[in-house]
Design a protein around this ligand. Structure first.
Ligand SMILES: Cc1cc2nc3c(=O)[nH]c(=O)nc-3n(C[C@H](O)[C@H](O)[C@H](O)COP(=O)(O)OP(=O)(O)OC[C@H]3O[C@@H](n4cnc5c(N)ncnc54)[C@H](O)[C@@H]3O)c2cc1C
Length: 421
């Protein structure tokens, strides 16, 4: 009758809530390694500035929004400040085409390129993204873009919506479905992503889920049809274990699954270098958004769209993390912030540099057949073990994958009959 969920990020909390809701008699325990819940979705209070770990946006048409609403959570916030946004191209600032009027005003493209790109973007909604599962994003872009600039622009929009700079590996299924989702809007959350995490934790507590923080799971082993999970100071038995939000390597190690070991050895981790800054006040609040077109960079003044505590909060990011020297990337990101917010240093109250933040544990690649190449929530060679995370299941990207797989894991566990009665 006991289920242990390992991982107290959005996936683990969601899985725990749905398992407990489905069977209130079941004892559900969440074990989180850190003192704070939330994982990569946690928000830190730094001198009164509420700072996410890099820029975070919730896709309003995605699986995460859908599951949160089912649970009764609809976090407040605002849309990304892309009106009047800048594109950085060939070392110059241009108008970033984010819609028809900015596309027409953009000086980056010729009239013919504008018509062609406009047609591609307008036709996106009608495309069945699954037909591109085995095609790379780069190949897809080449097939629809009429010029180098159009290719670079489409590539930048794909980077923005997927977080992947490796367009040769990325499945075009992911690229197309994320561009489609972007069209439905994103939301920056008031008080940061911890608003969502806190609401999930509150819901779990109300249902009677036991949540233990500061309890990293070191080891797990099957024992006569059950599982024994070891933390630093306890051994806990369970009928089922949900590995939620862990890396493929940790999931493989804890479950002992050969299939997961094999997957982990092939996984392409998606990283980013992030500069997160809290300011007394942004020097130029109207300069709120910039996307690099021929370089994998991003800037956004998140507090323009969401309430993030005192003053302002901005994020600058390089997709793909540092190619070699982290210091150079930091200098580069600081230069971008200076371009967008001249004089920001004297207004900065907190600055954090994350050289290699893990955005996605394993990319859905064209070589693996897109989303269909990811492991299922049921670990066949480790009975009683279920998976949830951003690299699991055949639906969604980023948080959407974590929440969709958490939902599917809870459902699969309920249907298995494990621990019932
Ligand atoms: C820079 C950056 C920007 C991002 N931007 C976006 C965005 O705009 N939109 C979007 O949808 N997503 C975004 N993401 C991704 C998003 O943060 C993740 O998809 C989401 O946090 C995944 O939730 P999760 O629960 O699967 O994993 P996590 O949030 O990583 O949670 C996993 C938890 O498991 C715990 N854990 C690990 N090992 C153990 C163990 N052995 N024992 C106990 N606990 C353990 C960890 O401490 C952690 O708390 C971004 C991520 C980063 C890094």
């Amino acid at each position: 009758m006991d289920t242990i969920v390992i991982g107290g990020g959005p996936a683990g909390l969601t899985a725990a809530i749905l398992i407990k809701r489905g069977d209130p008699q079941r004892n559900v325990v969440v074990l989180e390694g850190h003192r704070q819940l939330g994982g990569r979705a946690a928000t830190d209070n730094r001198n009164g500035h509420l700072v996410n770990q890099g820029p975070h946006a919730l896709y309003l048409g995605g699986a995460a929004t859908e599951v949160l609403r089912r649970i009764g959570i609809d976090p407040a916030g605002g849309p990304a400040p892309t009106r009047g946004a800048f594109a950085r191209y060939r070392g110059r600032s241009e108008v970033l085409p984010t819609g028809v009027s900015s596309l027409l005003r953009s000086s980056m493209l010729s009239p013919g390129e504008k018509v062609s790109l406009g047609r591609t973007l307008a036709g996106l909604a009608r495309i069945d993204s699954t037909t591109f599962a085995g095609v790379s994003a780069a190949e897809w872009i080449d097939s629809v873009a009429s010029s180098t600039t159009a290719r670079e622009l489409l590539g930048a929009l794909v980077r923005l919506s997927t977080y992947s700079a490796d367009l040769e590996s990325l499945s075009a299924q992911v690229a197309v479905s994320q561009l489609q989702l972007s069209g439905k809007g994103v939301r920056y959350l008031d008080r940061g992503w911890s608003t969502m995490v806190d609401a999930l934790a509150q819901c779990a507590a109300t249902l009677g889920v036991v949540v233990e923080t500061g309890s990293p799971v070191r080891h797990a082993e099957p024992d006569r049809g059950r599982w024994v999970v070891h933390t630093d100071d306890a051994e806990i038995g369970a009928d089922a274990v949900v590995l939620a939000g862990l890396s493929p390597h940790t999931a493989a190690r804890l479950s002992g699954s050969e299939a997961l070991h094999d997957f982990a050895s092939r996984a392409e981790v998606v990283t980013a270098a992030c500069l997160d800054v809290g300011l007394v006040a942004a020097p130029r609040p109207e300069r709120a958004f910039m996307l690099g077109i021929d370089e994998p960079t991003y800037f956004s003044l998140h507090s323009r769209a969401a309430d993030l505590g005192s003053g302002d909060v901005l994020h600058a990011l390089r997709y793909g993390g540092p190619p070699d020297d982290g210091d150079d990337v930091r200098t580069d990101l600081e230069r971008i912030v200076e371009e967008m917010q001249p004089g920001w240093r004297s207004a900065a109250e907190t600055t954090r540099f994350l050289p290699r933040a893990v955005v996605i544990h394993a990319l859905a690649t064209a070589a693996a057949g897109g989303y269909a190449g990811r492991p299922d929530v049921v670990v066949q060679d480790a009975p009683g073990v279920y998976l949830a995370g951003d690299w699991v299941g055949a639906r969604g990207h980023l948080l959407d994958a974590s929440m969709a797989s958490a939902t599917a894991a809870a459902q699969a566990l309920a249907e298995s009959g494990i621990g019932v009665g």
